[in-house]
Design a protein around this ligand. Structure first.
Ligand SMILES: Cc1ncc(C[n+]2csc(CCOP(=O)(O)OP(=O)(O)O)c2C)c(N)n1
Ligand SMILES: [Mg+2]
Length: 345
């Protein structure tokens, strides 16, 4: 069976008449924001329980929730950089498993050994967070190759930041994916900065969507803060991939509301005007305002949803705190590939 023959899921179900689908998307965006803000608190408070690098996703939620709306967990793959909490929650990860991972607990989504940058759940196609900038591009291309080779009808979305577009892996992956017409969407989550370096300081061409043109693939700029626009536009790229017509290159334009990681403050490289402008396009406020205007949501419902998200997060942290650490005898398990077991002397 050719890829094109595989039945295409109704990927562009952007709206429902009673607003149930929309409210669920909003709930997930609120949950992600709460998760990240609580993570910030947990990281910075005395007696910090989270170790290692930690990158928050606040401000970019529409992208992960929009992608989840187009995603079929049985056959699609998502692969990502280290800013991976939002995508994991959007694909259905229980927040308890996320906090447990951050706290290094055995119940964490990566058994407490991956930490913030390595949230995985292969059972739903979440092929994880990756700490090496651009490292996920050839891996994602490999997933898409497997999907085409095995005729699964699935697609891969490979996410990376604007800081990854000048890595050699970017060139190699785009070329092979286009040459072999692989079912992949290359998506720059373009928040305008790589740590503190703005795009115009590292790229001669600042319209990053154009990067796909040199590889003979369709490209698009999409509003990464407007979930409805995002789902409609990216739905086209998903359909193209499922039809076997090959990759699409996307710059999903957005803004992060926090520093690069826990060790910097945005204030040193983002002006107050830039931050104010971004806050005025908060993806959650944009969406909830629209739903209220369309009478798909009331302000009372919104308040209840915010409260509910808060309660879920409080409970998740309590449970994760009570969860056990990995057993001492498990300390070398799951660290290296099983074919090369590390044998401590
Ligand atoms: C190969 C490599 N070089 C450098 C780094 C250090 N580093 C970590 S994050 C980062 C910036 C990447 O920014 P971007 O790709 O825009 O992603 P964002 O943080 O904005 O999501 C850098 C340079 C790294 N992890 N890997
Ligand atoms: Mg960036």
């Amino acid at each position: 069976m050719a890829v094109a023959d595989v039945a295409v899921a109704p990927s562009k179900s952007v709206s429902s008449s009673d607003g149930q689908v929309e409210r669920q998307r909003l709930r997930t965006m609120l949950l992600i924001r709460r998760f990240e803000e609580r993570t910030y608190q947990e990281y910075t408070k005395p007696g910090q329980k989270i170790g290692g690098f930690c990158h928050l996703y606040s401000g970019q939620e529409a992208i992960s929730v929009g992608l989840a709306a187009l995603f079929d967990k049985k056959r699609d793959y998502l692969i990502n950089g280290y800013r991976c909490h939002g995508h994991s929650l959007a694909l259905g990860m229980d927040p308890r498993l996320g906090f447990a991972e951050l706290f290094g607990k055995a119940t964490g989504c990566s058994k407490g050994k991956g930490g913030s940058m390595h949230f995985f759940d292969a059972s739903v196609g979440n092929m994880g967070g990756h700490g090496i900038v651009g490292g996920q591009l050839p891996l994602g291309t490999g997933f898409a190759f497997a999907q085409k080779y095995n005729k699964t009808g699935g697609f891969t979305v490979c996410l990376f930041g604007d800081g990854a577009v000048n890595q050699g892996t970017h060139n190699e992956s785009l070329n092979l994916a286009s040459l072999w017409k692989l079912p992949i969407i290359f998506m720059v989550e373009n928040n305008g900065v790589a740590m503190g370096t703005e795009v115009h300081r590292h790229s001669a061409e600042t319209d990053l969507a154009k990067r796909g043109l040199g590889y003979n693939m369709p490209t698009m700029n999409v509003d990464g803060n407007d979930i409805d626009v995002f789902i409609t536009e990216i739905g086209r790229a998903v359909d193209r991939a499922r039809r076997g017509e090959g990759p699409t290159y996307v710059s999903a334009n957005t803004f992060r509301f926090r520093g690069h990681s826990m060790s910097d403050s945005m204030a040193t490289y983002r002006t107050k005007e830039q931050q104010d402008a971004a806050r005025s396009r908060d993806p959650i406020a944009l969406y909830s305002d629209r739903l209220i205007k369309k009478s798909l949501l009331t302000s009372e419902q919104l308040e209840a949803m915010e409260e509910e998200a808060g309660e879920i997060i409080v409970k998740a942290v309590e449970q994760a705190e009570a969860d056990p650490h990995p057993a001492l005898e498990d300390r070398f398990n799951d660290i290296l590939a099983e074919t090369y077991p590390y044998q401590p002397k």
